[in-house]
Design a protein around this ligand. Structure first.
Ligand code: SF4
Length: 220
């Protein structure tokens, strides 16, 4: 048993020193999460310049094989980690949400860089969204423009800590019933989130504001 496996020991059940490399007394949660955290499979896709740093992270110098993450999966069916690496354009959002829905649970999302986390230098630009978390849940945010490979590795470690804090008795994917897919946004003249349909209808049905204040040009 490796030294890392020694960390599996439950301190409530001490094992004699001479047996600690051969025997571990632990909880089901701990060994389940330990094995999951060390075999997270990322999906192979990138969106913009941050993806170059992600590619550098996957090369030999930083070697994500240390985390069991060296092979990026070309299919969402085989991946459990989506790294949003780059600027999220409105054109790409429907594809991202569709891919996220196709990943099976348990699945995790890392927002890599300023663009994926909040729009970055393109925030409020006509063609980008200000953060992928408006559409899919994000587990770890990595700051930077771009984040370095070291920062992405730190993001992996943070994700491992999150996984190791989960309990098999409370994780959502073991509850009864099927999880609901996120409605895929519709790209027309602008991006429409189907979850906002009622709000959009409500605003569109309001009569136009023709008061003098509404006609005056904004001064700031
Ligand atoms: S955060 Fe910076 S490096 Fe990353 S995609 Fe945006 S502009 Fe490019």
């Amino acid at each position: 048993m490796s030294n890392e496996a020694v960390s599996l020991h439950n301190p409530d059940y001490p094992v004699p020193e001479e047996l600690r490399h051969n025997i571990a007394i632990t909880t089901l949660d701990r060994i389940y999460n330990w094995s999951r955290a060390r075999s997270v499979w990322p999906m192979l896709f990138g969106l913009a310049c941050c993806a170059i740093e992600m590619i550098a992270t996957a090369a030999a110098r930083y070697d994500p094989a240390r985390f069991g993450m060296e092979v990026m999966r070309p299919s969402p069916r085989q991946a459990d980690l989506m790294i949003i690496a780059g600027t999220v354009t409105k054109k790409m959002v429907p594809q991202i949400v569709r891919l996220y829905n196709q990943m099976s649970e348990p699945r995790y999302v890392i927002a890599m860089g300023a663009c994926a986390s909040g729009g970055g230098p393109f925030k409020e630009g006509y063609s980008v969204v200000d953060g992928i978390d408006k559409f899919i849940p994000v587990d770890v945010y990595i700051p930077g423009c771009p984040p370095t490979p070291q920062a992405l590795l730190q993001g992996f470690i943070t994700l491992h800590e999150k996984i190791e804090g989960q309990s098999i008795t409370t994780v959502p994917w073991y509850r009864k019933g099927e999880g609901e897919a996120i409605p895929v946004p519709v790209l027309g003249p602008d991006l429409i989130d189907p979850r906002q349909t009622a709000l959009i209808r409500n605003v569109a049905s309001q009569p136009p504001d023709t008061s003098d204040a509404a006609q005056e040009p904004a001064t700031d």
